[in-house]
Design a protein around this ligand. Structure first.
Ligand code: FMN
Length: 306
């Protein structure tokens, strides 16, 4: 496997999802969301900064939003490559995918769950990420990026998986400069228009492994001392009689990309022993999976202040 192979794989996942005609309004709205993100990346971003020329970096923290964006980004990288190849006078066999690793930056300030750390490690291998990780707890986020740019001086723009519904997300736009007090670079935010349900729909369809904490009721993963499973997903005693909460993504899970026979298993990374003990000791094990929640306004209900 190479970065080229996984990019082609992500391209196939995306095209397969775009070809779905199951009559679901959610799938249709996610297809629209994908088309707009692809337009932003292919027409506005890659035409401005060469994705094969070290001018673009990808911000990755293991969360579901940046994983969805990574799948779409790699898919567009593949499309950009094959379009260039097709337009070239030389036969396609003479073209080599110009990148071996994707320049990636992981700014990590709080102490995180080691299940998340392990899932970032798996992503590093699976998606051929060349990850710069900031020294933990030493600096503010702007300082961490300043340090990143000292090491990666060719980076002009950083791709971020922020959405309008995230805190401070409402007034952002796809391509903009950083604010004052931040080092100067361009922010590329092609996922702004996505809803929580859009994110889960393609992510569960992709059949890519996701962080195991999501299966345990987490919906937005922050620091270990400030995140619990989402209280809106707590399994209540009367759930058994009222059939509980319904999984809104049964179709995506059973028809996931590459599944030979329909089955309702989601590929999740294993919870580490330490996180298993933590959740058990704090009585936080009886929750529906994170993808049972599609209400954007409750997405961060598991983020707490201690
Ligand atoms: N926040 C700002 O207020 N101004 C900025 O210019 C700014 N630039 C950012 C650039 C990058 C590459 C990243 C990753 C974040 C930046 N942020 C900036 C912070 C984000 O908007 C967001 O608040 C932060 O990533 C925390 O998101 P989370 O709670 O979803 O993890």
């Amino acid at each position: 496997m190479t970065l080229a192979d996984i990019s082609e794989h992500c391209h196939n996942i995306t095209n397969s999802y775009l070809a779905v005609t199951n009559g679901s309004e959610l799938v249709e709205s996610t297809q629209e969301a994908i088309r707009l993100t692809r337009y932003h990346l292919l027409e506005e971003v890659f035409s401005r900064w060469d994705p094969f020329g070290n001018q673009l970096s990808f911000s990755y923290n293991g969360g579901k939003d940046c994983q969805v964006l990574l799948i779409l980004y790699l898919s567009c990288l593949w499309e950009f490559f094959i379009t260039k190849t097709r337009n070239s006078q030389y036969d396609s066999q003479y073209h080599q995918f110009p990148l071996q690793f994707l320049p990636t930056v992981y700014i990590n300030q709080a102490e995180t769950f080691n299940t998340l750390e392990q899932s970032i490690e798996s992503a590093r291998e699976r998606y051929f990420l060349s990850i710069y990780e900031s020294p933990r707890n030493q600096t503010s986020m702007p300082e961490a990026f300043e340090n990143y740019l000292k090491v990666h001086s060719t980076a002009k723009a950083i791709v971020i998986g922020i959405r309008y519904t995230d805190p401070f997300g409402a007034d952002l736009c796809c391509i903009q400069e950083t604010d004052s007090g931040w080092p100067q670079f361009m922010r590329v935010q092609p996922l702004l228009h996505w809803t929580l349900a859009n994110v889960w729909s393609i992510l569960l369809y992709s059949n890519e492994e996701i962080c195991g904490l999501y299966e345990k009721g987490f919906t937005s993963i922050g620091g270990i001392n400030s995140t619990v499973p989402n209280p809106a997903l707590k399994i209540r005693n009367d759930d058994a009689t009222s059939c509980g909460k319904r999984n809104p993504f049964e179709w995506e899970i059973s028809n996931a990309y590459g599944k030979e026979t329909p089955c309702n298993k989601v590929k999740v990374s294993k919870l580490t022993d330490a996180d298993e003990v933590l959740l058990q000791s704090t009585g936080q094990l009886d929750f529906h999976p994170g993808w049972f929640l599609i209400n954007d306004s409750l997405e961060r209900a598991g983020r707490i202040r201690r």
